[in-house]
Design a protein around this ligand. Structure first.
Ligand code: G3P
Ligand code: MG
Length: 347
């Protein structure tokens, strides 16, 4: 790998353990860096009593921009280079589905960003809710596209297009309008607008990049996330059709698939940057959300030979005076304490 990668030039002693970090509520809050996160990165990069350098990766449910753009932001915030090769976000595993579908609706995020992410993953024909509103403004009676949105949206004839799958890449900025469009398609025959299935099971599959009901921002209390939108869509679909929504899937943590993916990323990172073969014996996963980070890490630990050790911090979603729904192996104040705890334990 190239010299500008965070952990390059570290080919001496490779520890048999590694770290994986959640981002929101652990390293950042409302886009602002948590100060201990900067210290934690320094600690892992050799500023510790043994002078040892420890491999680490980032596994966030968040998304909405390309992995490269996100890593550039993180590099600035954490004051240590972060490479896309050590980074997984909620929609990263969706790239493996690009071949499977022709036309897909991509929902969420700012402006055209998620369309570009999806096209970068190799999805062949990516449409957005904006394209649909531009085609027929009456689809969403309470919203008019801004001039900029109108300009960026594409001219398509949805009378003659089948949408093969729906992907919620990042948090919706317009829950009402996006839900209307998603449910229209879920109720349709083969993803064709203005058709209605008699059986309500002919619509396209719906994928979410994660399932977090809430997440930690700079607001005092946790805020609704993508998992809440899923609950709302499922409830509306049921109310409206009398049927359960079946073809719906969430990626991200706590899904085992995400942790498998993380293992591959970590193995490759250790190989490229540390010259080490195979996975480390122990992975310390540092997270703030029991339902995603801790649940997923514990499940995965039961599933593989290596040890996946969950550490819960107090800086995010979990409220310290409550019982976590999934028990971590350790609870600490901040990400810096988590790093010290793991390194001490593996010493
Ligand atoms: O939308 C992001 C949020 O739900 C979780 O991000 O980094 O805590 O997995 P993270
Ligand atoms: Mg988090």
């Amino acid at each position: 790998s190239s010299d500008d990668e965070s952990q390059a030039s570290v080919k001496d002693i490779v520890p048999n353990y590694a770290f994986a970090f959640d981002i929101d509520g652990v390293l950042l809050k409302g886009g602002q860096v948590i100060p201990e996160a900067i210290q934690a990165m320094r600690y892992l990069n050799g500023e510790n009593p043994d002078g040892v350098k420890v491999p680490y990766i980032f596994v966030t449910n968040g998304g909405g921009k390309t992995e490269l753009e996100r890593c550039r932001n993180l590099t600035e915030q954490l004051k240590v280079p972060v490479s896309p090769q050590q980074f997984i976000c909620g929609h990263t595993p969706m790239r493996e589905m690009a071949e499977q579908y022709n036309t897909v609706l991509v929902v969420g995020g700012e402006g055209e960003k998620c369309r570009h992410v999806a096209e970068g993953y190799g999805f062949k024909d990516v449409v957005t809710p904006g394209d649909i509103m531009k085609w027929k403004a009456s689809v969403t009676p309470f919203r008019t596209l801004t001039d900029e949105e109108y300009r960026n949206s594409r001219d398509r004839d949805f009378d003659n297009i089948n949408i093969d799958a729906i992907f919620v890449f990042a948090d919706s900025r317009h829950w009402g309008d996006d839900s209307q469009i998603i449910i229209d398609l879920l109720m349709s025959k083969n993803g064709r607008f203005n058709t209605i299935s008699k059986t309500f099971d002919e619509g396209p599959p719906l994928y979410f990049s994660h399932n977090d009901i809430v997440w930690a921002t700079n607001h005092e209390q946790n805020r609704f996330g993508m998992g809440a939108l899923r609950v709302m869509i499922e409830a509306l679909f049921k109310q409206h059709t009398g049927k359960e929504l079946t073809k719906v899937t969430s990626f991200g943590k706590p899904q085992i698939g995400t942790f498998k993916y993380a293992t591959r990323v970590l193995e490759q990172w250790r190989k490229d940057v540390f010259d080490a073969e195979g996975p480390p014996q122990t992975v310390y996963f540092v997270g703030d959300t029991p339902e995603s980070d801790i649940k997923g890490t514990n499940l995965y630990d039961d599933h593989v030979d290596e040890e996946w050790y969950s550490i819960l911090v107090k800086t995010g979603v979990w409220q310290p005076n409550t019982e976590p729904r999934h028990q971590p192996r350790a609870i600490v104040n901040t990400v810096l304490d988590a790093v010290k705890h793991g390194m001490e334990r593996s010493r």
